[in-house]
Ligand binder design. Structure first.
Ligand SMILES: NC(=O)c1ccc[n+]([C@@H]2O[C@H](COP(=O)([O-])OP(=O)(O)OC[C@H]3O[C@@H](n4cnc5c(N)ncnc54)[C@H](O)[C@@H]3O)[C@@H](O)[C@H]2O)c1
Length: 356
């Protein structure tokens, strides 16, 4: 591998039908680009949702690889293509091994492959657990903003599930002008709750921090509720807990029983994607035999086509779109190119003449 001052060659290879050298971008480089840029990334995610809503993307269903001998684990393939100024194709390949956490390493690991729009050649492999957590958190912060515009801005946030994704969501809320009087935490694992509390204290965030013993107490006391557990099936089923009409970011997708979904305004990122894989909205569809409980997508809300009444809970269930990973991944790639620190694998593509 060599480190090349790449900016000059980059403009040369943007001509059609030239094979770009293959680059590898490490997690350290990804983090260096994304850190402190929460507002830009939220704007990028908003633009990408709008592009997707306008049809300038291809985002087929995610493919779930599961294992009979390791039922709690999975690896998901998210292929996608995005137009607009980004103009890139690619694939996120992301593992979820929840048992990792007990061994002290994160649950999720991932790579993102970017493919050239004109030649199809892969031109970069990026460490992607950070990109994935970043786009997830940016989408949650974006949804919190748009879904609370018709109601008093939430001042009490509650995190149900206090792992890495919860940490990223808090960072993105804080980095995009949210502040809270109260921050509640509930986790089945006392260690996770304590670790998250420690992160909050070290981040210097304002607001009272409370670890709640029960999910009910946390939900009843929060007007912005973030679900980031690893629950495989619903464990919250009493609509009375939501009688105060909170904004609910249902990032872990499978926590809420259909009764809660049916009593709420439901917004998703993409309807076809979200009504799959036994998510809570999928369970509600199976129960009712229809999709009447779904009001639309976040893009519909941003376009003013769907209103979010303040007198009901609103639940955002984002399935997680590969186009978001592509947009954030391409942003990272462009920034690394600009910095001149792109690590290229020389001769990665070797058979480039048809007849040798
Ligand atoms: N929708 C998306 O686009 C998207 C993207 C990335 C991650 N996710 C989801 O976010 C979730 C969190 O991911 P993570 O990396 O932070 O995982 P993690 O393992 O680091 O943390 C999950 C935490 O949830 C806790 N938990 C599990 N069940 C619980 C319950 N019933 N009540 C309270 N706490 C509970 C665990 O003890 C753990 O501390 C996962 O479900 C993941 O699939 C969604």
């Amino acid at each position: 591998m060599t480190t090349a001052r790449y900016a000059a060659r980059e403009s040369a290879v943007s001509e059609p039908k030239t094979v770009r050298p293959f680059a590898v971008i490490s997690g350290a480089q990804v983090q260096q680009v994304l850190q402190g840029r929460e507002k830009q990334i939220v704007e990028l995610v908003e633009a990408t949702y709008r592009l997707h809503g306008a049809g300038d993307s291809v985002n087929p269903p995610s493919y779930f690889l599961r294992f009979p001998d390791r039922p709690s684990s999975r690896i998901i393939a998210l292929p996608a293509s995005i137009g607009g100024d980004v103009r890139v194709d690619g694939l996120k390949w992301i593992s979820s091994f929840p048992e990792n956490v007990r061994a002290g390493i994160p649950r999720a690991s991932a790579v993102l492959i970017l493919n050239d729009h004109d030649t199809g050649y892969p031109f970069a492999c990026l460490e992607s657990s950070i990109i994935s957590a970043t786009r997830t958190a940016a989408s949650a912060a974006l949804a919190a903003d748009w879904l609370s515009r018709e109601r008093p801005r939430p001042m009490r946030v509650g995190f149900l599930g206090a792992g890495l994704i919860a940490r990223y969501i808090h960072t993105f809320l804080a980095g995009s002008n949210w502040s809270f009087d109260d921050i509640g935490v509930h986790d089945l694992s006392a260690d996770s709750a304590a670790g998250f509390r420690c992160y909050l204290e070290q981040s210097g965030t304002a607001g009272r921090i409370t670890v709640h013993e029960s999910a009910e107490e946390l939900i009843r006391l929060s007007d912005l509720v973030v679900f980031a557990t690893v629950a495989g099936e619903p464990h919250v089923s009493d609509p009375a807990w939501f009688a105060h009409n909170p904004v609910v970011l249902h990032v872990s997708l499978r926590d809420l029983a259909p009764e809660i979904i049916l009593a709420s305004t439901n917004i998703v990122d993409d309807i076809e994607h979200c009504l799959k894989a036994d998510t809570s909205p999928h369970l509600a569809e199976q129960l009712t035999g229809n999709r009447d409980f779904l009001q639309g997508t976040l893009d519909d809300v941003m376009a003013g086509q769907v209103k979010v009444p303040p007198d009901r809970p609103v639940v955002f269930s984002p399935f997680g779109l590969g186009v978001l990973d592509l947009a954030v991944g391409k942003y990272v790639y462009d920034e690394v190119v600009r910095s001149g620190e792109l690590h290229v694998i020389d001769d990665f593509f070797h058979e480039l003449r048809r007849y040798g």
